[in-house]
Each structure stands twice: as C-alpha cells, then as structure tokens.
Design a protein around this ligand. Sequence first.
Ligand SMILES: [Zn+2]
Length: 413
Amino acid sequence: MTGYELLIRNARLRDRAGLVDIAVDSGRISAIGDLNVYAEREIDAQGCIVSEPFVIPHLHLCKAYTLSAVGEDALLHYQSDSMTGSSRAIELAREVKKRYSVSWVYENAKRAVSEVVIHGCLAVRGFADVDSLAGLTAVEALLKLRADVGEVVELQVVAFPQEGVVREPDAEELLWRAAEMGCDVMGGIPWIEYAEEDMKRHIDTVFDIATTFDKDVTMLTDDTGDPTLRTTEMLTLETRRRDWAGRVSACHARALALYPMQRLVRLAGLMKTNGVGLVISPHTGSLYAPVRNLTSLGVNVALGQDDIEDAYYPFGRGSMLEIIFLAAHLFRMTDSQSLEHLFNMATFNAAHIMKLNGYGIAVGGEANLIVLDAPTVRESVKNHNPPRYVISRGRIIAESGELKQEIIGLGKH
Ligand SMILES: [Zn+2]
C-alpha cells in the first residue's frame, strides 16, 4: 500500500455531500474519496469545511501598518465620503511616504502577508505606490518580498500611481521603470485627476505601458460619491480598444451606487463583454458598488481586503472570512445561498481576476487547501476564526492562527 505525504481525513467539500479524505503527495492532490491509505502526516478535519484558499485581489500592501505614522486625521476625512474628504485623506496619507525605506515597507508588508497567510489566503495582489515621494521604494520592497515568499504565496505586485499620472509629473517615468523592474500588474487611479481629459490620458498612459510589457491592468475607479464620474466606463472602453479583454479589473467604483439603472445596465454589459472584473471592499466606506445588480448582469465581482491599518481603514488582518462577515451585513446577504456567493467572491471570483492557474480542489492539482474551523459556511463566517490548517503545495504553513515559521521563513512579529 502506498504511503502519502499528507492525508486529510473527514473533510467536507463545499461542492459535495458527505465527508471525504484527501491524499497529498509531492505538493499535489493525489486522491479524493474514502481512502484506505497511509500517510506520513494525518490531519482529522472532523467534518469541517476544506476549501480552496482565499484570494485577495486588492490590498494596499505598501501602506499596511502605517496608520500610526499618518495619524487619525486621515480617517476622519476619508469617512466623509466627499470628494474633498477623499482627496484630503490621500494628501495626508501621502505625507507618510516621506518615511518610506525599502526595509520599512518590506517589514510592514511581510507582517501583513504573514497575517494574510494565517487567515487562509495564498494569493495577493499587493499595490505598491509609485510617485515622486515613494519613488520606486515600495516597488523594490514588494518585489523583494515576492521573491522571498514565492514558494508559498503568489504575490502579484501592482505598480500603482496613487497620486495620479497627469497631475504627478514623475509618475509616468516611474511606472515605465516599475514595469521594467518586473511588476506583475500595471495600476491606475484615473478618477483622482482634475479633468476628464486627464482621466482619459491617465488610462491611455497606463495601457501604453501594460501593452508594451504584456501586463494585466487594475485601476481604482470612481472611488467617491460623485455620480458624474465615469472612469470605470473609460477603463472598460480602453480595454476593448486595446483588445485587452479578460486582463483588466476595476476596484471600488463606489459611484456606481448612484448611477441611474439604465446607465448601470449599459456599463455592466460593457464590463461583461470585455471581461473587466470588479473588486469591492464594502467595509472601507459608506458607499459601495451595487453588487447584486452587477452580479445579476454578469459582471465578475470579487471581494478585497483593500487596507490593513492605514489612513483609509484602521482594522484588517487579511481575514477574508471577516470581510465576508462584514459584507453579509452591509449587503443584507445572510441566507445560505448568499453566503455561498460571498464565499465565491473571496475565492473563485477573485482567483479569476488574478488569473491563477489551476485554482481549485482537484486530483492532480496543487494541494493548496484550508481546513476551516466549522462544518458550514455560515458558521465559518459567523466565527471568522483563522483556519485550523493552511496548506500550500502540500505543506502545512499555518495552524489555528500560528505561522509555521520554520517552514517558510515568514517571521513572527
Ligand atoms: Zn483601494
């Protein structure tokens, strides 16, 4: 009888009734079923859910844990949800970048990725600010982290011109250099520009770089309560013009909540046709894009963490169960079917946006698995405890909120 490296007994998968065993060998799932086999290590899931790991397609990783350095004023401004409030918060958050050094950003981001892993997420799009204050410091720090954690976590680094491209003179040149340095994704924030033609130019510039370097694109669009903003639409139209379908996502798009229905339907149709996904983080503001409408109109909507203890959000620990818990309240999506949908938004929908290869639990696939601390999605969301086990490529890298640091070198803090 063959022995396996790891065997998970009594696992409950979300897509089938009853319990199964999952055998893992050489980092891959070897068998799923009622297995009469041996393994070097056995785990008893005790009927708890075993799921694909969570995926975070939007996280301002270079800003993690900067709240104390920025001060609380930024939060007060951001909470106002007005254009001036959001802009003032960004100004205050900008100041902290004078303190950026590769080692400071690296340590903060490493701590954040550790938290994210502990909470069962194994793929993150980390945004690195690129502007005249941050320069390429954040990019350098996150690229170094990507290399250091690459064995267990897929970290995609986004070069993100937080202060704008047109209004920030150095940003364009820095973005080109960030792409050369090996950033995975080109970011943007067109709504931050002062005029519509500048917003359009912002999008054009980012696409010029993305198409030159064959990179995906993600942009923060219409992130304030102004229904006249239409950068989500501009982004989607540019995706079509550049033939970049399926490679682009928008984040936030709060203004869509205020759109007349006809306009929303037209935009959603465009997004669906051009494979433009949307990442929302409803816990970070009082407005959020209309998730039910967009979903029913065929847009791929995912949940993101957005922030961990920065000028925009004072909480956050990389727990997507926590984000689902908050979203369930905000959206009034508390029935079982809705909770399953929210769970998919933090797993499959997000994996689709990050274009993760081979994502999902299947024989022959990579053994990336989490054993949750409850037998149902509802109870997992209710308690939002860290998973009992987090398994990356067949290795247990975290157990009930504790990182197995000897395995991955992600230090404790
Ligand atoms: Zn954001």
